[in-house]
Design a protein around this ligand. Structure first.
Ligand code: AKG
Length: 321
């Protein structure tokens, strides 16, 4: 039997997320080149959107919100986009978007019945219930399972993606030009065999997203998430206040000590909740997924931005292969 404890970070994605800073940057160069070729405007964004002066200048160019005479009904009830946007501007996060049971149960069923791809690798395909067996079969620690474009076959997921409240909030927060840029559905798995390299992956450490000048991500739990199921963590207020060091850095991931020293322990928000719990955040604020210790977590993301969406990032594939 293969010993999954010995799994080494030898693939590009692992190096890009867990190697030394220089190796991490070097491993991402093919991805960066593809991004520039696909959209040359990506380069100035990538270099400058991490600095507060340039970000603020870009926010000043936000287009006005189009006037809608009668908003269409939303599955989230009477929540006002203006209220959500005001809270996002203040803290970077709004909590309190609850999916109707029929919707989150259908997406969860889809997630259970549809094979996912482990660690972003299309050759590691398995059903979530067979995770332990898949780790043995592939001889690898498998921390995540993405459904990639398959999520678009799930009608309930599409209903969430197209819910008028999401675009309305995005327009109020990001500006009238807000557009859909990501739709992801993925599992985070507890594993007994994670190495230190696996655990130091960027998504398990505080990081900020830098895929666009202005972004917004809606997250929905499709399984119950307690402290042992890898809750999402967000640092309130970090979306509009940044130390100089974290503005000139080339890396998006930073050690917890550095982040907490600047923002304070009381800024940390750990998001637990039952299946159906949803929240929306400005992902330029520091955030992370935590390791699922006991229970797998199934989560969906619907992301909005203001620039041409990247084809590759649409379903969360982070590195060119
Ligand atoms: O898995 C999580 O809770 C975090 C996801 C994340 O870091 C991201 O989408 O940038």
């Amino acid at each position: 039997m293969l010993d999954v404890h010995k799994s080494k970070p030898k693939d590009l994605e692992s190096i890009a997320r867990s190697g030394s800073p220089l190796r991490r940057i070097a491993a991402r160069i093919p991805t960066y080149l593809t991004d520039v070729r696909e959209n040359p405007a990506w380069l100035p964004m990538f270099l400058l959107a991490r600095t507060m002066p340039f970000r603020r200048a870009h926010w000043l160019m936000a287009e006005p919100v189009p006037q809608i005479s009668a908003p269409e009904p939303s599955m989230f009830g009477a929540i006002q986009a203006e209220t959500v946007s005001a809270e996002l501007k203040r803290t970077g996060i709004f909590i309190g978007l609850t999916l109707p049971p029929a919707i989150h149960e259908e997406i969860a069923r889809f997630g259970q019945e549809t094979p996912c791809f482990g660690n972003f690798e299309r050759k590691l395909e398995f059903l979530a219930k067979d995770h332990a067996e898949a780790e043995r079969r592939f001889g690898r620690t498998i921390l995540s399972g993405h459904h990639f474009e398959r999520v678009l076959q799930c009608e309930a997921a599409i209903a969430v993606q197209k819910d008028p409240l999401l675009l309305n909030v995005a327009r109020h927060y990001l500006g009238g030009e807000a557009k859909l840029i990501t739709t992801r559905l993925w599992w985070s798995f507890p594993t007994k065999s994670a190495s230190d390299a696996d655990l130091s992956r960027a998504s398990f450490k505080y990081h900020f997203d830098l895929d666009d000048w202005r972004m917004l991500k809606f997250f929905f739990y499709l399984s119950d998430v307690d402290g042992d199921a890898g809750p999402h963590v967000y640092i309130r207020g970090s979306h509009n206040r940044r130390s100089i060091k974290h503005q000139i850095t080339l890396l998006v991931g930073h050690p917890a000590e550095e982040v907490l020293k600047f923002y304070g322990e009381d800024s940390v928000l750990t998001l637990t909740g039952s299946a159906g719990t949803g929240f929306v955040e400005d992902p330029f604020g520091f955030h992370m997924g935590t390791l699922a210790k006991q229970t797998p977590r199934l989560m969906m993301e619907v992301g909005f931005g203001v620039s041409k969406p990247s084809k590759r990032r649409y379903h969360g594939e982070p590195v060119v292969r």
